[in-house]
Design a protein around this ligand. Structure first.
Ligand code: CUA
Length: 125
């Protein structure tokens, strides 16, 4: 009896791992123009994921959706800014032209945690 339940747990964990793998593949799909598409979710008061690694010189499209209310998306050092609205997908093209860490943050006031709503692009060679 005990052995059976251990097997069940292992099977369940295996299925979770497979589902996680599929999700990873789905989020790394490629746009019609050949750019990699990175999906980002915005909500009070965070972006998911909030740390994204890019390769220098490789253009990407960041697809952002909000799950609650209006937010902003601003990357001052890369000259990028966009409004993020619930129920809509905002597509932001980015060409990371230099190596470094570039903060993105919300620039539409969205409540008590607005100031902390931020993340980072890490551009590597
Ligand atoms: Cu989200 Cu301010």
């Amino acid at each position: 009896m005990k052995r059976a339940s251990v097997t069940t747990v292992i099977t369940f964990l295996g299925l979770l791992a497979i589902a996680g793998g599929w999700r990873h593949l789905a989020s790394a799909r490629v746009a019609a123009g050949g750019e990699q598409v990175i999906r980002l979710t915005a909500k009070k008061f965070e972006y998911t994921p909030n740390e994204i690694t890019l390769k220098k010189g490789v253009p990407v499209i960041v697809e952002i959706t909000s799950v609650d209310r209006d937010h902003g998306f601003k990357v001052p050092e890369l000259g990028v800014r966009a409004d993020i609205k619930p129920g809509e997908t905002t597509r932001v093209p980015i060409v990371p032209d230099r190596v470094g860490r570039f903060e993105f943050r919300c620039d539409v006031f969205c409540g008590s945690g607005h100031e902390d709503m931020a993340g980072e692009f890490i551009v590597v060679d």
